[in-house]
Design a protein around this ligand. Structure first.
Ligand code: SF4
Ligand code: SF4
Ligand code: SF4
Length: 332
């Protein structure tokens, strides 16, 4: 058997062994010498210089380039600034698509991977983890009893309690371009905001600006998504069902890549004007028209509790009601 290339080894390190396109994406980001340096991580600049037998100033320069391109993350340790390779395919996706100088061909190859290879890897991820890494948070105005909303499922509270916030471009829509929904809508909070500001990939926003981004996203039919735990959240994504890394594989193949919120949409048949707006808004085809009774109805098993249907209802006939216990959201 032939020896694996440095790029194939890098693909293995980010948990996509055997991928055809991920090694090619690495090759667009790093030449073979640089790829060998990436394989030698984690390391400080002086450790990398010793491992690769190169000048420490060259090691320092290369690590700064890797960080800029999103290939490596850094953390300050007592023995210096230590760099590590992206942890997995999702981190590689999120960080390197924000590479400021990424050429169009880079995005095109990523999208080819998403179409041709990602659905199978997503199935592997689904079977390897007990719960999805992310969950939907509802459009707050859609929830019937506001006092039921817990602080960690309120997008508003997450923003209002954040010390540092920045907005980055939606990496999924950047590469897929299947819709014309807003791109600059990924809200990074706390450590993730500091990382993106330091790397130059995020724009600092105030709490008021972040709340406006949430509102604009809701109106555009985007779903709020955050980390699937009840503490220390780092982002609020605003996802569509067509370009997203998670939603299309759920919609097309039933691969559970994100958890629903704790809420379920319900429609008041007396208030419903049968306009059909909510049917068009729901990414999960959870709403259909009951022609006989002249009302929209929700299929509970399909509803993800996002609330984007409520935003478009002219009759205020839709409410989200609590349907899962607090324990549905993992503590950590
Ligand atoms: S997860 Fe959602 S908001 Fe985040 S980058 Fe993908 S589509 Fe955009
Ligand atoms: S019916 Fe569809 S749009 Fe409405 S909350 Fe459920 S999943 Fe979201
Ligand atoms: S948007 Fe409102 S009024 Fe229109 S069909 Fe849906 S529930 Fe009925």
């Amino acid at each position: 058997m032939s020896e694996k290339s440095v790029y194939e080894k890098l693909a293995e390190k980010i948990m996509v062994p055997g991928s055809v396109r991920i090694p090619k994406l690495f090759a667009m980001l790093a030449d073979e010498n640089e790829a060998a340096m990436l394989l030698a991580l984690p390391a400080t600049a002086s450790e990398l210089a010793a491992k690769m037998n190169i000048d420490p100033s060259l090691a320092e320069k290369k690590l700064a380039e890797f960080y800029h391109k999103g290939l490596a993350f850094k953390s300050v340790k007592p023995d210096g600034v230590r760099f590590r390779l992206d942890r997995d395919i999702v981190q590689f996706h999120d960080a390197t698509i924000l590479w400021p100088e990424a050429p169009k061909a880079y995005f095109a190859l990523w999208q080819e991977f998403m179409e041709e290879e990602w659905p199978a890897y997503a199935k592997i991820v689904e079977s390897a983890i007990p719960k999805p890494f992310t969950r939907i948070i509802p459009v707050e105005a859609s929830v019937s009893a506001k006092n039921q909303i817990l602080s960690f499922e309120s997008a508003k509270e997450l923003i209002e309690s954040a010390k540092v916030i920045c907005v980055t471009k939606c990496t999924c829509r950047l590469i897929a371009g299947k819709c014309d929904r807003p791109i600059e809508v990924c809200l990074q909070i706390g450590k993730a905001a500091e990382y993106n500001l330091d790397r130059g990939t995020g724009r600092r926003v105030t709490q008021a600006e972040a709340l406006q981004i949430l509102k604009d996203s809701e109106e555009a039919g985007l779903m709020h998504v955050t980390m699937n735990r009840s503490a220390d959240m780092h982002f609020i994504c605003n996802c569509c069902g067509c370009c997203c890394i998670a939603m299309p594989v759920m919609i097309k193949y039933g691969t559970r890549m994100t958890d629903p919120s704790r809420y379920l949409a319900t429609i008041d048949p007396d208030a419903c004007q049968a306009c059909g707006a909510c049917v068009d808004r729901c990414w999960f085809t959870a709403i259909t028209m009951d022609e006989e009774n002249n009302t929209a109805i929700v299929a509970a098993d399909k509803c993800m509790g996002c609330g984007v249907c409520q935003v478009s209802c002219p009759a205020e006939a839709i409410k989200l009601v609590e349907s899962r216990p607090r324990e549905f959201i993992p503590a950590a």
